[in-house]
Write a protein of this length. Structure first.
Length: 98
């Protein structure tokens, strides 16, 4: 396990170092700035999809998908954050109860 931790740590450090070594003139390009602004959104969407629909090596629908749908609806309705989280939790719990 220690080799995996060390390799992961070194990889993260080198990736951060590579980001610091990128020339500033390259970062000023509009396309790069747009990609940098959109990358976190894409990564968060992918993480949410994998945590909602993935279980082990398979994809499936369960109570988490229902909670996500309710959370998305409450976000569209501009509900407060605690209400969004509470609604998602309550929906998932009720689906699992049924």
């Amino acid at each position: 396990m220690w080799p995996a931790v060390l390799i992961g740590s070194i990889s993260c450090y080198l990736l951060k170092l590579a980001g610091l070594l990128i020339p500033e003139r390259l970062l000023e390009k509009p396309m790069i700035q747009r990609l940098a602004a959109l990358a976190p959104i894409a990564l968060l969407a992918a993480l949410t999809a994998m945590q909602t629909f993935g279980s082990g090596r398979h994809l499936g629908l369960d109570a988490r998908a229902g909670g996500l749908c309710v959370a998305a609806l409450l976000i569209v309705l501009r509900a407060p954050f605690l209400l969004v989280v509470g609604g998602a939790v309550l929906t998932a719990a009720l689906i699992r109860l049924a």
